[in-house]
Design a protein around this ligand. Structure first.
Ligand code: NAD
Length: 475
């Protein structure tokens, strides 16, 4: 059950403001709760508080940072079902998947707690020349300072965790702006962080309207912007970020290649999950399925029959696999993209219909290469098959995208696996599984329009810290 209203968190404290934002139950479309909205005054106060808290955060010892993260792990475990139910309502995420996201939230904080103790430096011999014979150096990593965190709607808990947990592990104060469509997860994380003894001002969680969000990107007191969301918004913000470091985790239209050596039943099972899980609203959802001509018909039949069997409906129902998409507008957009593809010559193999926020799990083939479903990010339960004759041609076609987040390759040929790893223009190649495969401590991020930088705790902590060198003369 959701509460009637949720405060924002300003400098570690819950605050109700004069303005609030309604949060909808995404399946019923009814108002589920409301959250306090931050305006320019609260945002300015939060950034100043983060700036002022930077020395105290930097002074925390690793065992203290770890203790904060471990407190969160314990509290997430205690409140797991409440978190899953909130997610199910605010994101329309099927309850089973919502529980899965809570497990990942816990894992992300658990790994961050361990990583907090592994932020290490190096000893450097600098004596490679006579003039430096008496010198050696040491490096350590120091917190970059206050960081700005902006998150998307689709994983309100775990993508918040991917920014908040490394910030705490690294010793950085933060200001977090959750997505307006799904702010509750981040606010509950804020509530739990408020129970810890993080230094005053160390964190703020501020739901706000985008027209007020400028300082999250532009304010020079913030030393890093970590943004996850659409490529359109992400690259625009990078242009406004001034001197700060920028990490962008953006969209994709992931390809999955299945060659003639692959286990077709296994590939079909995994692709259906990777394409339609969470109604395809994942940045690494399978959108383009490239199948070798010798197995194309078998894979098509296996996929089409599985897609038709997916259970759609109320996300609260334990049996539901396909819940709503995030808004009526997205339902409309997806339906118009499907219709345009069909008009251009594509064939529907399963699904194709829409009723409000419920879009059928849809499988197509023969997409025209200039249609939106081929070129853009669908971010919905829609995928399309195409046939190839030669593995290298499949790699070239997989690269025919302005995106490059992850790609999947089903093959039993180790040389092809290496070729895919060499040639695919992506941040990660997943062999014998779908591009949607992820564990939270692996390096994760994209190339091309899909972003810059990597998340995964070790890499996020690296971004949130600076290398500082000390040179020592020993005479
Ligand atoms: P979005 O870009 O619309 O919004 C993301 C965040 O940016 C939200 O908090 C939003 O309020 C904020 N925002 C929007 N305009 C802003 C502005 N002018 N100034 C400051 N903040 C602004 O994205 P979305 O619809 O919430 O999420 C879906 C997108 O996120 C998809 O493209 C998906 O692929 C991508 N995504 C990427 C990853 C990844 O790790 N690469 C993970 C999840 C989602």
């Amino acid at each position: 059950m959701l509460k009637d209203s949720y405060p924002l968190y300003l400098a570690n404290e819950p605050v109700m403001t004069d303005e609030s934002l309604k949060v909808l139950d995404k399946y019923s479309g009814k108002v589920a709760t409301k959250v306090a909205l931050a305006g320019p005054k609260e945002i300015e106060a939060a950034i100043q508080a983060a700036h002022d808290a930077a020395p105290a955060m930097a002074a925390l010892k690793s065992y203290q940072r770890r203790a904060v993260l471990e407190h969160c792990v314990a509290r997430f475990r205690e409140r797991a079902e409440e978190l899953a139910e909130a997610l199910c309502i605010e994101a329309g995420k099927p309850i089973k998947d919502s529980r899965g996201e809570v497990v990942r939230l816990i894992e992300t904080f658990r790994v961050a707690a361990a990583e907090a103790e592994r932020i290490e430096g190096r000893v450097l011999s600098l004596d490679n020349h006579e003039r430096a014979a008496a010198y050696f150096g040491m490096t350590k990593r120091v917190p970059i300072g206050p960081v700005s965190l902006i998150t998307p709607f689709n994983f309100p808990l775990n993508l918040t965790a991917h920014k908040v947990a490394p910030a705490i592990a690294a010793g950085c104060p933060f200001v977090l702006k959750p997505a307006e469509k799904t702010p509750i997860g981040a606010l509950i994380i804020g509530e739990i962080l408020a129970e810890t003894d993080l230094p005053k001002g160390a964190f703020s969680v501020l739901t706000c309207m985008v027209e007020n969000a400028g300082p999250f990107t532009k304010d020079d007191r913030l030393k890093l912007l970590s943004f996850t969301g659409s490529d359109k918004v992400g690259w625009m913000l990078k242009g406004q970020a001034g001197k700060k470091k920028v990490v962008l985790e953006l969209g994709g239209n992931a390809a999955c290649i299945v060659d003639e050596t692959a286990d077709i039943a296994d590939a079909a099972e995994r692709i259906v999950f990777g394409a339609y899980y969470q109604s395809g609203q994942s940045c690494i959802s399978v959108q383009r399925i490239l199948a070798h001509k010798d197995i194309y018909a078998d894979l098509r039949q296996a996929l089409a029959s599985k897609v038709k069997d997916l259970v759609a409906g109320d996300p609260r129902d334990e049996k539901t696999f396909i819940g709503p998409v995030i808004s009526e507008g997205d339902g409309e957009r997806l339906k118009s993209w499907i219709d345009a593809a069909v008009k251009g010559g594509a064939k529907i193999l399963a699904g194709g219909k829409r009723d409000g926020v419920m879009v059928d799990a849809t499988l197509l083939e023969n997409l025209p290469k200039d249609c939106d479903l081929y070129r853009k990010e669908a971010f919905g339960p829609v995928a399309a098959m195409e046939e190839f004759a030669d593995f290298d041609e499949a790699l070239t076609r997989a690269n025919d995208s302005r995106y490059g987040l992850q790609a999947g390759v089903f093959t039993r040929d180790i040389l092809r696996a290496h070729r895919a790893w060499d040639r695919l223009e992506v941040g990660g190649v997943i062999i014998n599984d779908v591009p949607s495969w992820r564990v939270d401590h692996m390096p994760y991020g994209g190339v091309k329009d899909s972003g810059i930088g990597r998340e995964g705790l070790t890499w996020a902590i690296e971004d949130m810290t600076e290398l500082r060198l000390m040179v020592l003369r020993r005479t």
